[in-house]
Design a protein around this ligand. Structure first.
Ligand code: NI
Ligand code: MN
Length: 228
């Protein structure tokens, strides 16, 4: 399994001969090393409907015919635009040929803003537990700190956790450091920071706040050590 980070909340996982892209916000993301033209994933996983997460899903999925797995209302909305979608909801898991996806609670909001400034309701925001090759990856999506993170970590021992640290819209560094204690992952990677002025953070500050757990700060394009 190869797991890489690409700025904001974009994570790419290569496993079982498939490429999976989470929250592919490329256009307007000055931190990412990806281009819309070069991405040909087999699967796109979406945590919620906000534009900095749905991002370039429509263009990428139309070009690659990727399966888009998303919270149900968001999946229906994207399906109406001609994408191949699969809708799920909080607490539900499904095993696909590329791995198992389970949507978890995230405490946030969720809507999609169209070019005409209409707001489309896109269901509940989610975190994603992805399991393949005996490894479990938790992408928290956008969320506050919440106590059920302890339950998530106990029921699904986490190898790698991607946690937002940007503050303002999500957990900040202090709450995210507490989330690491609740989730107890082997490795934590901070995400969702420095993309926009309200979410400027020094990830080294977050790393210093985390006690007794490993934090890997990844520059966009970096891959997690294969040792997990
Ligand atoms: Ni959001
Ligand atoms: Mn966001």
């Amino acid at each position: 399994m190869k797991i890489s980070y690409h700025g904001h909340s974009i994570v790419k996982i290569q496993t079982n001969g498939k490429t999976i892209l989470i929250d592919p916000f490329i256009t307007g993301n000055e931190l990412t090393d990806l281009t819309v033209e070069n991405e040909k994933p087999d699967v796109i996983l979406l945590t919620h409907g906000h534009n900095d997460h749905v991002g370039d899903t429509v263009a990428i999925a139309k070009a690659s015919n990727a399966l888009v797995v998303a919270p149900n209302e968001l999946a229906v909305y994207l399906g109406l635009q001609g994408l191949n979608t699969h809708g799920m909801n909080i607490g539900g898991a499904k095993t696909f040929d590329f791995g198992t996806v389970k949507f978890t609670k995230a405490f946030h909001s969720s809507s999609y803003q169209t070019e005409d400034n209409e707001f489309i309701y896109t269901g509940m925001p989610a975190g994603i537990l992805f399991t393949a090759e005996g490894k479990t990856i938790y992408h928290a999506g956008d969320t506050s700190l919440f106590g059920d993170m302890k339950m998530i970590g106990e029921r699904h021992p986490i190898d790698v956790a991607f946690l937002p640290i940007g503050d303002n819209f999500t957990m900040g560094p202090e709450d995210a450091a507490y989330a690491v204690e609740l989730l107890n992952p082997k490795i934590t990677v901070p995400i969702h920071y420095n993309t926009f002025p309200p979410i400027q953070q020094d990830p080294e500050n977050f790393k210093a706040l985390v006690k007794n757990h490993a934090v890997q700060i990844l520059t966009p394009g970096d891959t997690i050590d294969d040792s997990i």
